[in-house]
Design a protein around this ligand. Structure first.
Ligand SMILES: Cc1cc2nc3c(=O)[nH]c(=O)nc-3n(C[C@H](O)[C@H](O)[C@H](O)COP(=O)(O)OP(=O)(O)OC[C@H]3O[C@@H](n4cnc5c(N)ncnc54)[C@H](O)[C@@H]3O)c2cc1C
Length: 385
């Protein structure tokens, strides 16, 4: 079975929903850098953002490959799941590591959309990819943690009720290992803004609602600690595999969008008295994009299947993200080139998707860091850092 044929009913319903939000909708938001509230609400109502939440907590209890199908179709339609994809998987930290009380309190409301948990605060200005060097610190005083520090690139913070926040609770130099001494706190955003939390939006080349966060004696109740104090790094790593696989699925959707658009245009655009698609130079780059995306989709499906089976999948999740993000970028460049000057016109949506798909070679993990993982963890080469 071709990977784009899985979950046909889900894919069909996602396509129908996305048809209500055509290019004009996304272009308007993109210009104003506005959040796609109506689209996110429609996805929530249709239950697409709660597919990974178990049925006992109000979700549909499906596996990661179903969630991949949802995001792939969103992206193939020309839409952008970046506004809300984290609502699907950030809850995994509570699901896997939260207490029974926390699950009961939060998961049903996340499933219904009453609560948005789609902010995930890890990256900091000075630590970059070297997460063990984060400096945001939570000091326990009585029944509160007092949080000080700052984060950068925290997406959707203004559109979330809750945030999963990684902090240090033991300084790096006092921890047994650099990965010890970090903890995960669940932050109530509405209760925190203006009371120790400041959110500053960052305007970027894409409409991604990303922000900087500043913590100045923010109080977080101790009952909002997820799992055990000091073990937060492991909890965050657990969630990253799901995130990488789902984002890889978005890249596959982007890749298919570019291939659909380029092949349609190549058949219809006539120059020198014939369709440009009659020229092999045009055909071959579209065909090459198709080959790349199809191969990457197989890797995404493999990583998702391992994740669903509860097997180790860190390497496969990383490789899927690398291959899919490069395949979508090649397809983006090909599609723009195939459209000639029209590729630059906003109304074709190609320049917007071109900008959007570029992100995924940098976030949530950059290509070099994936190659470093493969070189050292898989091929046993010496570590460079
Ligand atoms: C739009 C956007 C949204 C984001 N959303 C979130 C979010 O919601 N939450 C969150 O926590 N973070 C988020 N991020 C942050 C994202 O995960 C990081 O930008 C990404 O992991 C890269 O980290 P960095 O920007 O600090 O790059 P750096 O770590 O500063 O690296 C810069 C460059 O150097 C390369 N590099 C670094 N070290 C090495 C090495 N040892 N060998 C070879 N190359 C190296 C990297 O590959 C990269 O290309 C977002 C980023 C963006 C741009």
């Amino acid at each position: 079975m071709n990977t784009s044929d899985t979950f046909p009913e889900i894919r069909e319903s996602v396509r129908k929903l996305c048809a209500e939000y055509p290019g004009a909708y996304w272009r308007k938001l993109d210009r104003a850098r506005e959040y796609p509230t109506a689209f996110v609400q429609a996805l929530t109502r249709a239950g697409f953002l709660s597919v990974l939440i178990p049925e006992e907590f109000g979700g549909s209890g499906l596996g990661l490959s179903a969630a991949c199908a949802v995001l792939e179709e969103i992206h193939r339609s020309g839409a952008n799941g970046g506004a809300c994809h984290a609502q699907m998987y950030t809850m995994g930290t509570i699901l896997r590591h939260g207490s029974a009380e926390q699950k009961k309190k939060y998961l049903p409301k996340i499933a219904s959309g009453e609560l948005r948990l789609q902010a995930f605060g890890v990256t900091e200005h000075t630590s970059g990819t070297d997460t063990t060097r984060i400096r945001t610190f939570a000091k326990k005083i009585g029944d509160r943690y007092i949080v000080n520090g700052q984060k950068i690139w925290i997406s959707r913070a203004e559109h979330s009720d809750l945030m999963v926040l990684l902090v240090r609770t033991t300084p790096r130099e006092e921890a047994a290992r650099p990965t010890d001494g970090m903890s995960v706190l669940l932050v109530d955003m509405k209760a925190s803004v203006g009371k120790g939390l400041t959110i500053k939006p960052i305007r970027t080349m894409i409409n991604h609602a990303t922000t900087e966060l500043f913590f100045d004696d923010l109080e977080v109740p101790v009952e909002n600690l997820i799992g055990e104090e000091g073990k937060g790094f492991r909890y965050i790593i657990d969630g990253m595999n799901a995130e990488r696989i789902l984002i890889a699925a978005e890249c596959i959707g982007d890749g298919r969008f570019f291939i659909d658009r380029a092949s349609a245009y190549a058949k219809e655009r006539e120059v020198f008295g014939r369709p440009i698609g009659e020229n092999q130079a045009i055909q071959f780059s579209i065909a090459r994009a198709y080959v790349n995306v199809t191969a990457a989709a197989e890797m995404v499906a493999k990583a998702a299947a391992l994740f669903e089976a509860g097997k180790p999948c860190g390497t496969e999740a990383n490789m899927a993200k690398l291959l899919a993000s490069e395949a979508s970028w090649f397809a983006a460049d090909m599609c723009l080139q195939t459209h000639g000057g029209f590729g630059f016109a906003e109304e074709f949506d190609i320049e917007r998707k071109f900008r959007e798909t570029r992100l995924y070679q940098v976030a949530p993990i950059s290509t070099n860091l994936i190659l470093s993982h493969v070189a050292t963890h898989v091929l046993g080469m010496p570590k460079s850092f």
